[in-house]
Design a protein around this ligand. Structure first.
Ligand SMILES: *Cc1c(COP(=O)(O)O)cnc(C)c1O
Length: 390
């Protein structure tokens, strides 16, 4: 099969819910992706923040092979060595979150957190933020703000409302004694790469405590070193009641998790579950991924490289750039025009980036990206953002 054939087959048989790029990728290595003929692309998307460890990490490959030849599947009713090890490890990452529910994706983690919050509090209402993205199944979609994701799927789940992000007053007004939970990203990803203010997150915690609501933090994109800490909430000196994670948790293998604090009650046998959740294969991958994150100090790398990259981006002289913002290696470049033509040109120049809305270029490179690759990225961005495009 040549690339044109592959592209045609996918376009013919795909559900149609994705715009297919005319670029067939067959292999990855570190922060690079390769086509069949060996053309190298710099990956500044990490599959939307999945490949924090870089592509094809040999230790993940080895762990998968080993566990696949040992035991792939086991329902959570039966304890397992890999799962127990992961439970200990992941609950040691944040003080006060001692229990964990395993699932298979981000949206499932959010669904679980929302269900747990309603069950625990006996209340119905959920407050989310404007611009928020929490996933595409019904509960998480109801917490997601942008109508582009919601339209055509109504009626969504009742009880959800959205308030301005980083606005303490709006949150204070919205949370009542009927609020089950407040759910927030600490850096909004899809919504345009907006980091939260420290005071906002601290006040959100206080308001939730005061009114008996649970505080859910969605770390699906910000988790596992991305922002310079293992979890972004660690920048804020706050512990949530429920923390959702997924994306890079298992080194690229599908897995999600909800970390659970002491205030969350009523989680008894049968109230929730998942066939694949906590399977030994994903757990083995996650154990290895978390070990790599610590051994290679990926949070430290993200902090140092993120600061370096943001500094360099801020020095680019282009009247097209409105703002550079971000935390660690989660960076948004807001420009004055639509980003799609620029993203296309960057791809022609062998750099893969993401958008976040219409006017923000989002950079989520693997945390193992080299300084040479960062310098190259900045050089190409400086050139491309100064182009006049239509
Ligand atoms: C990607 C993402 C999700 C959804 O994760 P899926 O695995 O695609 O379901 C939810 N919340 C945030 C913040 C995300 O970035």
């Amino acid at each position: 099969m040549n690339d044109n054939e592959i592209f045609a087959i996918e376009n013919k048989h795909s559900s149609g819910t994705y715009t297919k790029q005319p670029l067939v990728i067959v292999r990855g290595q570190g922060a690079s992706l390769f086509t069949a003929d060996g053309t190298e692309y710099l990956d500044c998307s990490s599959g939307h923040g999945v490949a924090n460890l870089g592509h094809a990490h040999p230790k993940i490959a080895e762990a998968l092979y080993k566990q696949a030849s040992t035991l792939v599947t086991l329902f959570e009713t039966f304890p397992n060595d890999q799962r127990a090890m992961l439970m200990e490890k992941i609950t040691s990452l944040v003080d006060g979150l001692d229990r964990v529910f395993f699932c298979n994706s981000g949206t499932e983690a959010v669904e679980a957190a929302l269900k747990f919050a309603r069950l625990s509090t006996g209340r119905k209402n959920v407050i989310a933020a404007k611009r928020a993205f929490h996933g595409r199944t019904y509960g998480s979609l109801s917490a997601t703000f942008n109508k582009k994701y919601r339209e055509g799927f109504e009626p969504l789940v009742p009880g959800f409302s959205h308030v301005a992000y980083n606005n303490i007053e709006a949150l204070d007004k919205a949370v009542t004694d009927e609020t089950a939970a407040v759910i927030l990203e600490v850096v909004q990803g899809e919504g345009g790469v907006y980091p939260a203010n420290k005071e906002y997150i601290q006040e959100a915690r206080r308001i939730c405590d005061e009114r008996g609501a649970l505080f859910i933090v969605d770390e699906i994109q910000t988790g596992f070193g991305r922002t310079g800490k293992m979890f972004a909430i660690q920048h804020f000196g706050v512990t949530p009641d429920l923390l959702t994670c997924a994306k890079s948790l298992a080194g690229g293998v599908p897995m999600g998790a909800v970390l659970i604090g002491k205030k969350v009650q009523n989680l008894t046998p049968g109230v929730h579950g998942s066939t694949f959740g906590g399977n030994p294969l994903s757990c083995a991958a996650a154990n290895t991924a978390l070990t790599i994150m610590e051994d290679e100090d990926l949070p430290g790398q993200a902090e140092a490289k993120g600061n370096y990259l943001i500094e360099k981006l801020k020095k680019i002289e282009s009247s097209n750039i409105r703002e550079v913002r971000g935390l660690g290696l989660m960076i948004g470049i807001e420009i004055k025009q639509k980003v799609s033509p620029y993203i296309k040109i960057l791809q022609e120049k062998k750099i893969i980036v993401l958008n976040a809305g219409m006017t923000v270029i989002r950079l989520l490179p693997p945390l193992v990206i080299s300084y040479e690759q960062i310098d190259h990225l900045v050089d190409v961005l400086a050139e491309v953002l100064n182009m006049v495009v239509e």
